[in-house]
Ligand binder design. Sequence first.
Ligand SMILES: [Cu+2]
Length: 67
Amino acid sequence: MAQATIMIDGMSCMHCVGRVKQALDALEGVSEASVEIGSVAVTFDESKVSEADIEAAIEKSGYKIKK
Ligand SMILES: [Cu+2]
């Protein structure tokens, strides 16, 4: 299992938290996503999903990754 903390731009309320949480829970290989406004701490199985996949799923749900 790998862990990453990803910073996210554009989140402003619990609705945003719910959207990001839903997007990550739907990704195979993500075992835990702890979402806050502006960031997510995620635990994932590197053999199934990459950090880039996780970032892509967040962007697809409408938010920007802060590098
Ligand atoms: Cu919101």
